[in-house]
Design a protein around this ligand. Structure first.
Ligand SMILES: [Zn+2]
Length: 362
């Protein structure tokens, strides 16, 4: 009797809630390319607000915008939505100063392996370059698209033009838009039509992606028109400006990213199908070097580039804020956690997938 009781209590603790028991009916996964946990939790780095190593053009202006003496005020100045809303109503993992460790598991510490690890839940050694090769693995997005109630309810928007390969557009079956591609799914709003033009008519600062703002608003127009239950969205300017050694532009991009997250979250709350029933996970694909001499870089030889952060907000996430002294988590756990928010079991379908981060979900 006692054993039976213990076993049932144990099973109740371990068993994921089914979709009927969860408030979450929709889920959004946002990938912010190469934004360091250092800026997320400490705010702007004073050592990089200078010309030599940070490439900063106007130090006084950057200091006025993002420098504050206290770390709490500094990070809130850089990422106001993250710190006013997600840190109050959701959770943040990866503050290494507080003993919360989040890492990539792939060891390569660059984009395609990170994007793939986050979406499939494990590191596949065949994924070893950023080349546009179709992912041989099924992503959690493709899995969800095949589950009851999700057909035609999944969409992926990547600012980076490699995203169609990462989600395997040829095979996945759901709508994918990336890079400079126009959004042509009807109804195409006048705003979407203009964005389609701007994507190709603006000067190309980068060969592989338009500005984040263009991709963001294109995604938002689609969201308002189609309200998919599962949405994947990636941003890239933080990584591009860091590679260029421009700490000022990198901070500005991080701040814009935060504003996009706020607008996305607020837009979700205006949709009757999504209000109060959407879980949003935001994470980086990799970190960068820790110091003033290697902050711009990230690869397998860059110490610290495996360090990432994860933010979660939604009706099934206990509002524990910025976590302290948590068990180490890895990026690969995001896939199963994302599915679990919707009551779906990714690990049952993909035995190689890392387990759900339990404390992020009730
Ligand atoms: Zn990069």
């Amino acid at each position: 009797m006692r054993t039976t009781l213990l076993v049932s209590v144990w099973l109740a603790v371990l068993a994921p809630l089914s979709s009927a028991e969860r408030a979450t009916q929709n889920a959004v996964l946002v990938l912010v390319d190469g934004l360091r946990w250092q800026e997320v939790f400490r705010g702007a780095d004073r050592a990089l607000i200078e010309h030599e190593r940070g490439g900063v053009k106007d130090q006084a202006a950057l200091l006025a915008e993002f420098w504050r003496d206290e770390a709490d005020a500094r990070r809130a100045a850089l990422l106001p939505f993250l710190w006013s809303t997600i840190a109050k109503q959701g959770q943040l993992l990866g503050d290494r100063d507080a003993g919360s460790l989040a890492d990539v598991a792939n060891g390569l510490k660059f984009s395609y392996p990170g994007y793939s690890e986050m979406l499939v839940g494990f590191h596949d050694p065949r994924i070893d370059s950023n080349a546009k090769r179709p992912n041989p693995n099924v992503t959690v997005l493709e899995f969800l698209h095949g589950r009851p109630g999700f057909a035609g309810q999944v969409a992926a928007f990547g600012v980076w033009d490699v995203v169609p390969s990462i989600v395997n557009r040829e095979r996945c079956g759901f709508y994918v838009n990336a890079g400079f591609e126009p959004v042509l799914v009807p109804p195409v709003s006048p705003q979407q039509s203009l964005l389609n033009r701007l994507k190709v008519e603006l000067p190309k600062q980068w060969a592989s992606m338009p500005p984040d703002a263009i991709a963001f608003h294109a995604m938002l127009e689609y969201l308002k028109a189609h309200a998919p239950r599962v949405l994947y969205f990636t941003l890239g300017e933080t990584d591009e400006f860091a590679h260029a050694g421009r700490y000022d532009q990198y901070l500005e991009a991080a701040c814009r990213t935060d504003a996009f997250l706020a607008e996305l979250w607020n837009t979700l709350q205006t949709l009757p199908s999504h209000r109060g029933t959407t879980t949003m996970i935001v994470a980086a694909d990799h970190g960068r070097g820790r110091g003033p001499d290697d902050w711009a870089n990230h690869d397998k030889d860059t110490a610290g580039a495996e360090e990432i952060w994860i933010a979660v907000i939604g009706p099934d996430t206990p509002p524990l804020g910025a976590r302290r002294d948590t068990a180490r988590v890895v990026q690969a756990q995001i896939a199963a956690t994302f599915a679990a928010a919707l009551g779906e079991d990714w690990c049952a379908r993909e035995p190689r997938a890392a387990p759900v981060i339990r404390e992020l979900l009730r």
